[in-house]
Design a protein around this ligand. Sequence first.
Ligand SMILES: Cc1cc2nc3c(=O)[nH]c(=O)nc-3n(C[C@H](O)[C@H](O)[C@H](O)COP(=O)(O)OP(=O)(O)OC[C@H]3O[C@@H](n4cnc5c(N)ncnc54)[C@H](O)[C@@H]3O)c2cc1C
Length: 349
Amino acid sequence: MAEPRVLVVGAGLGGALLARRLQDAGAQPVLIGAGIDGPEGGYADATAASGGLVRAFEPDPAARSLATASLAELLADPMLAEQAGWRESGSLYLLDAGDLDLVAGVGAPGIEVLTGTQVARRFGFDRLPERSAAVWEPHAGYIVPDRLRRAALAGLDRTEATPVARLDDDTVELRDGRRLTGDLVVVAAGAWTPGLLRSAGLTTTLRTKHIQYAHYAVARNDLPCFVDETSGLYGRPAGPGRLLLGLPSTRWDAEPPTPEPDVDLTEQVRATALLRLPGLDPRPLGPPVSAVDCYSEPAGLALRAVAGTAHTFTFTGGSGGAAKTALAASRLAATALLTNRSAVNVPTG
Ligand SMILES: Cc1cc2nc3c(=O)[nH]c(=O)nc-3n(C[C@H](O)[C@H](O)[C@H](O)COP(=O)(O)OP(=O)(O)OC[C@H]3O[C@@H](n4cnc5c(N)ncnc54)[C@H](O)[C@@H]3O)c2cc1C
């Protein structure tokens, strides 16, 4: 049987990697939306805005397994690491000591559990709650997701720049009126996905949510990537004396690509960072990065069949965390699409 022609809608990290995995497996993907330009000639999407923190540890087992496999692939392939702009900074995941059973069996090189006191001594984190502990991964760090996306796009045989205007199961109508037909259609349009599905009369549980971070000046240069579950604060090094910092937003159903910055959230970051990171200058270095990602329940970048269609799937739902899972999630999705097409058994969303 001939390998299927798969229309992949959206050239973010998800769509670009999925198209590459499909092509490498012998299928005929057509990536639609490659080259949609943002204000400065680049992409204006979650992939372009992403902080790119990658590590193996995640509290959720499914995300942990994908993140672990993605990091292992990156560390095993120097060319891939170079293409992704990989920087090894280490990763600290601060959590309540009662949740440490989640660390058992995580297959990350050199992974270690630290007490709150050790974290305070080694990295200068202040005023941690009494029961804090941390998962330390010396060989984690961050990538530049936009670079990884561009590397994946560069190897594709068939791309189509014109965006999709309308979905119609196995056919998509482009904004210039042309219609393309595939054996399968995968909507990987990130935060635009819920809108595209709804305008085709389809229901979805996918939603969008705002994500915001800014850069700050910090006195020390040895801070790793970190997530502090005890306060919500996350960050990563961003050049000498600079730190990227953010807190989770609660603004659901935000419009992509760049919603108005949330000044209250900026103030919350300032207050939280002052508590945890002595020596930080609490004035942001410039305006915040304000962007949107597609959120799913359960969270995570995954292939999902679209209810009411025979041939349409989504591949999005990164929920603010897909830079670290995309390598493994795209491999899994391509395999699911190609191995047993008539019985792809994935949750609807
Ligand atoms: C600010 C921010 C920080 C983040 N930080 C991290 C992090 O530190 N670590 C981590 O693991 N994850 C992080 N993430 C999450 C991760 O970057 C995203 O989950 C991931 O990049 C989403 O990729 P995507 O391909 O699903 O969506 P997107 O990157 O949004 O791509 C969707 C693409 O679809 C295109 N499109 C839209 N409509 C159409 C149409 N009609 N036709 C054709 N194409 C269309 C868009 O132009 C876009 O290029 C962050 C996300 C954000 C927003």
